[in-house]
Design a protein around this ligand. Structure first.
Ligand SMILES: *[C@@H]1O[C@H](CO)[C@@H](O)[C@H](O)[C@H]1NC(C)=O
Ligand SMILES: *[C@@H]1O[C@H](CO)[C@@H](O)[C@H](O)[C@H]1NC(C)=O
Ligand SMILES: *[C@@H]1O[C@H](CO)[C@@H](O)[C@H](O)[C@H]1NC(C)=O
Ligand SMILES: *[C@@H]1O[C@H](CO)[C@@H](O)[C@H](O)[C@H]1NC(C)=O
Ligand SMILES: *[C@@H]1O[C@H](CO)[C@@H](O)[C@H](O)[C@H]1NC(C)=O
Length: 377
């Protein structure tokens, strides 16, 4: 937990910033004091690079828009293809292109965050028979379940069940933890019961994992995730009159931010179409509320650290965007303690982020990877 010592920081321009860090895993806001000794200053060159990164990103986001996609259900773009993290819901509003159809053939089940139960089939089986049964097993308690098959055409790869497919073996997995906590005994038992029922229906054999061992692994993963689950937020406060929601919507849309499916936030996407940070405005629902009538004085920017790709420098990107927006619309980035902040403090928070990123990388779940995004959900 002590590694989570984040700081109040400044973008280094003549504005004040306030950064709230909190641990989403535990749903507790953690307010941290500024470190007194600060690491090295950022070089001006790095700042310029950061800004051009932002511009490049904004451009790419603008050219590749799809309206109203909820970032929690967002499809991950990996290696030029689209990989569905959540089991594909019928509500998925992305067209099923060849690219993302191929990507669904990619396996997502992973030993690091899933408890995997193999099912040995006595004979290859058609997807049409398996899929309705798999539909019944989507979750236990608040943990998602995934089912994958090994195609009978000699392929060695596991993949999610596809219409028209035939499978020689199945595996069924329950996620060991997500932001709702670790897999518990009850969820485990329910999962095994479900898997056993499926096995019986298919006349298959099942390798049952040990409950105590699995639950212990789930707790360990949960404890690890709790240490890495950090969110950072900054507010921009109006210099004078409140803004209307319509005005903020126009700005956010112009800047290439994408409205979430629930209408509650604008999402900044990176070049791979993954969320970087979000913008929220006074709890306004941009789909349902009367935007000419509603308004507010604070814009909140929020970065979900483990979910955003570290390579795009998401924190710096968010700070640059927040300060450039503030300059354009007459706002200041607010420090609730009315303190002036420096570039050194930005560097300090970035140092902390480097530690966090290294920690996630060490276990093979770099920030922004499909695995990290599935875990930190
Ligand atoms: C995409 O994946 C292929 C093989 O899986 C690999 O050879 C290639 O280098 C990858 N490309 C990128 C941009 O990661
Ligand atoms: C954990 O996963 C379950 C099942 O997919 C989902 O319903 C739940 O909302 C997730 N928890 C959080 C905090 O997102
Ligand atoms: C799988 O491989 C075996 C031997 O290598 C071959 O006899 C068989 O026809 C192959 N099956 C398919 C469906 O390709
Ligand atoms: C940011 O704004 C939100 C609501 O507008 C408020 O709840 C929150 O306390 C503000 N945070 C700071 C640091 O001012
Ligand atoms: C907006 O932010 C300022 C400073 O962070 C805070 O004092 C004020 O209460 C906030 N207003 C609302 C409506 O949340």
């Amino acid at each position: 937990m002590d590694e989570l010592q984040f700081a109040l920081i400044s973008a280094g321009i003549s504005v004040l910033l306030s950064v709230i860090t909190y641990n989403a895993w535990q749903r507790i806001k953690i307010w941290r004091a500024l470190p007194r000794s600060l690491p090295t200053e950022l070089k001006p060159k790095e700042q310029v690079e950061g800004l051009s990164d932002e511009r490049a990103l904004l451009d790419s986001a603008q050219t590749s828009f799809q309206p109203q996609v909820d970032h929690t259900q967002y499809d991950a773009a990996a290696n030029g293809t689209t990989l569905s993290i959540a089991p594909a819901e019928p509500t998925n509003d992305l067209p099923l292109t060849n690219a993302n159809r191929d990507a669904r053939l990619v396996s997502i089940i992973d030993r690091r965050i899933d408890c995997i139960v193999p099912l040995h089939l006595s004979a290859p089986m058609a997807a049409e028979k398996l899929m309705p049964l798999a539909q019944r097993l989507r979750r236990v308690g608040n943990k998602p379940i995934f089912i994958e098959g090994k195609p009978s055409d000699n392929s060695t790869n596991w993949q999610s069940l596809q219409p028209g497919g035939r499978y020689q073996a199945l595996r069924i997995a329950v996620q060991l933890a997500n932001r709702s906590g670790p897999l518990n005994e009850l969820e485990f038992s329910e999962f095994i019961t479900g898997a056993q029922t499926l096995a019986d229906t298919l006349d298959a054999e099942l390798d049952c994992p040990d409950m105590a061992e699995t639950v212990a692994m789930a707790r360990e993963l949960d404890a690890f995730a709790a240490q890495c689950d950090v969110q950072l937020s900054i507010n921009a406060t109006s210099d004078d009159a409140p803004w209307s929601a319509q005005y903020i919507q126009a700005i956010a849309t112009h800047d290439g931010l994408l409205l979430s499916r629930d209408g509650m936030r604008f999402i900044k996407l990176d070049a791979k179409q993954n969320p970087v940070f979000v913008l929220q405005f006074n709890n306004i629902n941009f789909l349902r509320d009367d935007l000419t009538y509603k308004g507010g004085q604070n814009i909140t920017f929020l970065l979900d650290v483990p979910a955003a790709d570290e390579d795009v420098l998401p924190f710096r990107l968010m700070c640059h965007y927040a300060s450039s927006l503030s300059q354009r619309i007459g706002a200041h980035l607010t420090d609730d303690r009315q303190r002036a902040l420096s570039t050194a403090e930005l560097a300090a928070i970035e140092q902390q982020l480097i530690i966090l990123y290294a920690k996630l990388e060490k276990v093979g779940m770099p920030a922004g990877s499909p695995l990290a995004r599935r875990l930190f959900m």
